[in-house]
Design a protein around this ligand. Structure first.
Ligand SMILES: [Zn+2]
Ligand SMILES: [Zn+2]
Length: 403
């Protein structure tokens, strides 16, 4: 793989609300698409070998280049350039950024974090085994949390990075996120309420020997930290100040969601990535409703941060018709999604065009939306890209972006 210029972004989990596994119907639907593509290429190939009276001019062995066995078929199949079916993910939110100066930054620890942590451990071991000059930050991982909901914290307790005493895990987030991790696992405070111990998971800090440090991001103007400190927090960080990880700068800002939620602008070498999961551009019918006003203010902050950004990852869980309750997701029966905390795809597109974001990935997919529908939306987004000269697509796990 080529060297990292500034930031290498890996999507591990882009699924919203809960992990999913592709259903038999989904698998059959995408197999049908790839099978048709393969048959199309095979018959085009056969047509080239067809004589004027419409008959094949060759035997099967001549056509496929040998006897009919697996090896020959594999070689024949390799001639065709097959697209892989787009899989829109199954794990909940987790994105990793590798920086050119050797840092690993993780955004949220949904179930995708387990896969991500395995890759990080593999990389650290490879660097050690390879005898490479290991940087000062080696075995330090920097996690930035958005908010406390389970689909953004659930991957933490089984993640491979937590089980080696040589590892240092620095978690930056709001208080609710830090508390969500600490309440169950006790990784920061080294205590768990006896009524909660072992209830949700068999694990807790005694079985997780890595070193964990909590950095609470809070608005000092509204809520100044107490000079005495507390058991949970290693350090406080003012929301209005940026955070520096090596040569990468992160700007946290608040977005709108039922649980306080942070988004991040991440910059290095003039390249900009915006991570904004779980944000609702609220569409209630009363414009003066305090939640509506708070939502519009958050949307404005997000827009200010996103102007001319290279890449935006943003929650677009619903369509307007679903948000309004006129259509269900995976069912014909609609229910209003007002105050569920997520945005509509149409609003994400408008915002990205207004801010001239070069590449927008729409994520936090609804767990009830099936594959065919996601695929249909992706094709629609392709057409929108052609019309606007900007790039839009549904986020899919295992995507790697180099900035
Ligand atoms: Zn979520
Ligand atoms: Zn949420």
């Amino acid at each position: 793989m080529k060297d990292i210029e500034n930031l290498r972004i890996h999507f591990y989990g882009v699924q919203g609300s809960g992990s999913i596994y592709p259903s038999l119907q989904d698998r059959q639907a995408y197999q049908k698409v790839t099978d048709c593509e393969l048959l199309n290429q095979v018959f085009t190939n056969l047509q080239q070998q067809t004589g004027p009276e419409g008959r094949l001019n060759a035997t099967i062995e001549e056509l496929i280049g040998g006897p009919l066995n697996r090896k020959t078929l594999e070689a024949y199949r390799a001639q065709f350039d097959m697209p892989t079916a787009r899989i829109y993910g199954g794990w909940t939110t987790c994105i990793r950024i590798e920086t050119a100066d050797g840092f690993d930054i993780v955004l949220d620890c949904g179930s995708g974090f387990r896969v991500c942590a395995k890759d990080i451990v593999k990389k650290w071991r490879y660097l050690e085994g390879d005898g490479q000059n290991i940087a000062n930050n080696h075995r330090h991982l920097y996690i930035f949390g958005s908010h406390s909901h389970y689909d953004h914290t659930e991957g933490f307790d089984q993640a491979a990075v937590c089980f080696d005493p040589c590892n240092h895990i620095h978690v930056y987030a709001n208080r609710q996120y830090l508390q969500a991790l600490d309440q169950i696992l006790g990784i920061f405070s080294h205590q768990v309420d006896f009524r909660l111990k072992g209830v949700q998971t068999p694990l807790s800090y005694e079985l997780m020997p890595a070193h964990f440090y909590a950095y609470e991001i809070r608005d000092f103007q509204v809520d100044p930290p107490s000079p005495a400190g507390d058991k949970l927090v290693h350090q406080y960080h003012d929301l209005s100040q940026h955070i520096q990880i090596g040569e990468t700068t992160l700007y946290p800002f608040e977005v709108f969601h039922p649980s306080p939620c942070l988004a991040y602008r991440i910059e290095r070498g003039g390249k900009v990535f915006i991570f904004c999961t779980d944000h609702e551009l609220r569409r209630g019918l009363e414009p003066d409703h305090p939640l509506q006003i708070a939502s519009l203010e958050a949307e404005e902050r997000l827009c200010q941060q996103s102007v001319n950004a290279d890449v935006l990852y943003r929650d677009g869980q619903f369509l307007r018709i679903e948000y309004d309750g006129d259509l269900g997701i995976g069912s014909p029966y609609g229910i209003s999604r007002l105050d569920w905390g997520h945005s509509c795809i149409e609003d994400v597109l408008d915002m990205a065009v207004r801010c001239q974001v070069k590449h927008t990935f729409i994520g936090h997919h609804d767990p009830n939306r099936d594959w065919l529908e996601r695929n249909w939306w992706d094709e629609t987004l392709q057409r929108k890209s052609e019309q606007t000269g900007l790039n839009f697509e549904l986020a899919q796990a295992e995507t790697v972006i180099d900035l």
